[in-house]
Design a protein around this ligand. Structure first.
Ligand code: MGP
Length: 215
């Protein structure tokens, strides 16, 4: 690259900075290794062109093998339960039924754009990152937040997520999700069955059957 090209490349990226740096991580499917050893940093991006270049260069979740994960987390937060920012946290979970696996890429991109585009206002400070677990039994997409007991903030974040997913569903015959549930990481780590009791839940339908405490 010539000096001029390098300069113009640099200045076009600098024109579209993101408010914060984000790191994309990949968890591979090498099941003989520990979970920590399977987790690899892919790239840290901080501008709009960098984000799209990365997004275009790597496979969407539907192109990954089952048991792989993608994580996009704020640059200073590692995508694991153990770090202080996640230790008391939880997640808004979108569980995608295995018959609807083709929706995973659309949900992933919609939420990813909302995150790097700062669509959660002041509640961005409470968001740690976004995870996609690619699973044969049904994939999961989740937004991790810092404080599982801050119902007010978590609910506002959930409402924005619901709005984004409803807007992205408007030309589809069915919404991209039925329900999103908030669960704390502690319960996820201790769970004995695949279901964890949700602290909050939001439904896509107008008149769903609602469990107590849900909206
Ligand atoms: P998972 O990937 O969240 O769920 O955790 P999966 O694979 O869909 O399985 P299910 O239990 O929800 O049905 C799977 C396993 O990965 C956990 O039991 C841990 O062994 C490991 N693991 C997942 N996370 C997010 C962490 C983490 O943050 N830290 C550590 N140390 N291990 C983790």
């Amino acid at each position: 690259m010539t000096e001029h090209e390098e300069e113009s490349n640099h200045s076009s990226s600098a024109l579209y900075p993101l408010k914060r740096h984000w790191t994309w991580w990949y968890l591979n499917d090498e099941r003989t290794k520990s979970w920590e050893d399977r987790l690899k940093k892919v790239y840290t991006f901080s501008t709009v062109p960098e984000f799209w270049a990365l997004y275009d260069a790597i496979r969407p979740p539907s192109g990954l093998n089952p048991m792989c994960d993608y994580n996009v987390f704020r640059d200073d937060i590692q995508p694991m339960w153990e770090v202080p920012e996640n230790a008391n946290g939880g997640r808004w979970l979108i569980a995608v039924d295995k018959s609807k696996q083709d929706m995973v890429d659309a949900i992933w991109l919609e939420i990813l754009m909302a995150l790097v585009g700062e669509q959660f206002g002041k509640d961005m400070e409470s968001i740690c990152g976004l995870v996609c677990n690619v699973r044969g039994k049904g994939s999961k997409i989740s937004v991790w937040t810092k404080d599982c007991n801050d119902d007010e903030t978590n609910l506002r974040i959930g409402v924005v997520l619901k709005e984004k997913l409803m807007a992205a569903s408007k030309d589809l015959t069915k919404p991209l999700f039925d329900v999103i549930r908030y669960e704390d990481h502690d319960s996820c780590q201790k769970k004995t069955s695949s279901l964890v009791k949700a602290k909050l839940s939001l439904h896509s339908a107008e008149n769903p059957e609602k469990p107590v405490g849900s909206l």
